[in-house]
Design a protein around this ligand. Sequence first.
Ligand SMILES: Cc1ncc(COP(=O)(O)O)c(C=O)c1O
Length: 381
Amino acid sequence: MTQIPYGRQWIDAEDEAAVLAALHAPMLTQGPATAAFEREIADYVGARHGVAVSSATAGLHLSMMALELGSGEAITSPITFVATSNAMVHVGLTPVFADIDPATLTLSPSAVAEAITPETRLLAPVHFAGLPADMAGLRALADDHDLKIVEDAAHAIGSDYADGGRVGNGAHAELTVFSFHPVKTMTTGEGGAITTNDPELYERLLRLRSHGITRDPARLSDQPGPWWYEQQTMGLNYRMTDIQAALGSSQLRKLDRFIDRRLAIVAEYRRAFAGLDWLTLPPDAGDRRIGWHLFTARLDFEALGQTRAQVMATLAAQGVGSQVHYIPVTRQPWYRTHRATDPATFPQAEAYYAQALSLPLYAAMTDDDVAQVIATVRGLA
Ligand SMILES: Cc1ncc(COP(=O)(O)O)c(C=O)c1O
């Protein structure tokens, strides 16, 4: 029996060769492979600039730093990984959660409209499972209230917005952040990237990523010699290595194939699970191209007569991994202590969480793996 995790990377000989070449290059970090990867990511999504970072968590933090918003509130969805709202806390913003739209499982513009106060500075929608949030609705709210938008596109490399543009093209947000963690659609081991069309934000991101240091002669206050650099702002080391970037470039060349395979698996699951009255399929995006990161099924555990833990154990015993994306951030002890997190405020997020179970989805799944998942899930009832 094959053990099928809920997600995993695809690595081939081309990736191995790219990493090996990077290992023998003169620069293991801050070299040409990183610059090339940044250009390729920006071109792929249709943005002017790309900045590679050590993780999407780092990218979210850096993006929110670069916006220099001061104190105030920032709104996101409870159905996300904690990194989204943690980044807000790290820059001194107060996270405020607004409910999801059950049709997309992403931040609901009408819930955001209710959550906006004179203190609101930022919206951070999450393109959950790969499906973009309603960016037209959110951008309209942001423009009305003079807010910035950082898109958490950790799940959504290669997805299209409703208007047909590609996520990260800068049409709806100041900054967009992608993740290349191994369960994501393409990987650099750990890693992420930020895209933007704003040249000033781009320059700021580059400096903040490297301790707030600049070597740009045009910016230096003194130029005593070639050793000189200046730390002019407070920054961090959030750089990606050239080894990771070389892997990223190699993966990016295969990304469209990875997405095609994911789309085919999602279509297969949809067909196989369509008739099950105890299983709700994930949101559908019609013909729009979505780089599905997760297959977020909803199971009626009461109808099945089993708890979620029992279902996960039954699946695991038959080699099928599953996971819950996500425990609402509003249920995390840190947030319950520090923020307003009454579950009654997020009925849609809570209703989703009660039934959520992500089933295996990754490009390296074989047809046999897919058949095993389908048979095992159908056998639950
Ligand atoms: C929605 C979301 N945001 C941010 C992150 C953080 O990504 P990384 O692991 O690259 O820091 C993740 C990773 O799981 C995520 O799913």
